[in-house]
Design a protein around this ligand. Structure first.
Ligand code: GDP
Length: 303
């Protein structure tokens, strides 16, 4: 239901266009597929993903001997889900958490994508599941970032470990680990700086932070979540490429899906970068974070 409400914009555009296509064509032919290709690309599904999807669709249509475009709609949604999961059998890819041990989640992403908000929402969600959560204010660079994280910490009812602005992020995260351990916390969520003007700087900073974490807990960080803004479309895809080169991204948090008609970017990210989308942001409030579920997502696009 959250998906349905949050994806209204994507659904209105996407579903509307597909229904229009189906009504106009009736018969499944080359022209139909060509226009379908355009609809998918305009929803930011990504050119490579669309090509693969259309190939799959054509084969399936042939296999099932489908002639009527009305019957194609179900096949499209099935194939969208399939292309999302690829060869994986896993349906929902939950975040990696240790049992009875501290889990460390590193959160990366460019300024303005919704990183702080997502950390607050995630802290709230984990706390609701009974976990003891601590936040580390590792974005010491952006003005106001520490205070903003504190506001979210208060909302979620979790502690925030911080240093003063401008200090070394790795030192903050080191203290975060110490504090989380001494409080016997279940999860430490680490914010990081989001400036992307220089890829070398970004890589250096992230690798320093990772080194500090690994020194304290050898198998950590257990997740490196990259936050991307769905409304930026193909730009989000290129950010994902840059961050994947700078660090081992284990999952995506895709924010502002409620603010775009181009939700198809989810499929492009998974298909082209092979990084799973673990959470989606469907609004500005603390409860507006959902674990990503491709079935619910595709249902949100079509229903
Ligand atoms: P940061 O610079 O990456 O830490 O970004 P913020 O967390 O400050 O978020 C930037 C803006 O995006 C804020 O106005 C948030 O309320 C908004 N925002 C974050 N996530 C979502 C979302 O899922 N949906 C919507 N509609 N707005 C969001």
């Amino acid at each position: 239901e959250k998906y349905k409400a949050g994806m209204k914009k994507s659904r209105n555009t996407f579903s509307g266009k597909i229904n229009d296509l189906i009504a106009r064509y009736r018969k499944v032919d080359e022209d139909f597929f060509e226009e379908l290709e355009e609809v998918l690309i305009s929803a930011d599904v990504g050119v490579m993903t669309v090509m693969d999807l259309i190939d799959e669709l054509k084969m399936e249509v042939k296999r099932q001997n489908i002639k009527d475009t009305k019957e194609v709609k179900n096949v499209i949604s099935e194939k969208l889900v399939e292309i999302y999961y690829g060869d994986d059998d896993e349906e929902i890819e939950a975040i990696n958490m240790k049992e009875n041990e501290l889990s460390v989640i590193l959160v990366v992403g460019v300024n303005g994508v919704g990183k702080t908000t997502s950390i607050g929402k995630l802290a709230h969600q984990l706390k609701k599941q009974g976990k003891n959560v601590v936040l580390a204010a590792g974005d010491t660079f952006r003005a106001g970032a520490i205070e903003q994280l504190e506001v979210w910490g208060e909302r979620a009812g979790v502690d925030v470990i911080k240093h003063s602005a401008g200090s070394d992020p790795a030192a903050v995260i080191f203290d975060g680990i110490k504090a989380a351990k001494s409080r016997e916390a279940d999860v430490l969520i680490c914010d990081t700086a989001g400036r992307l003007q220089n890829k070398v700087n970004l890589m250096n900073e992230l690798s320093k932070v990772k080194r500090v974490i690994e020194r304290e807990i050898p198998d950590a960080p257990h997740e490196v979540l990259l936050v991307l803004d769905a409304t930026t479309g193909q730009n989000a895809l290129s950010q994902a490429k840059t961050f994947s080169e700078a660090t081992d991204v284990t999952g995506i948090v895709l924010t502002k899906l409620d603010g775009t008609a181009k939700g198809g970017i989810v499929l492009a990210i998974r298909h082209e970068l092979n990084v799973p989308v673990k959470y989606v942001g469907l609004g500005e409030k603390i409860d507006d974070l959902q674990q990503f579920d491709a079935h619910a997502f595709v249902y949100g696009l079509f229903a």
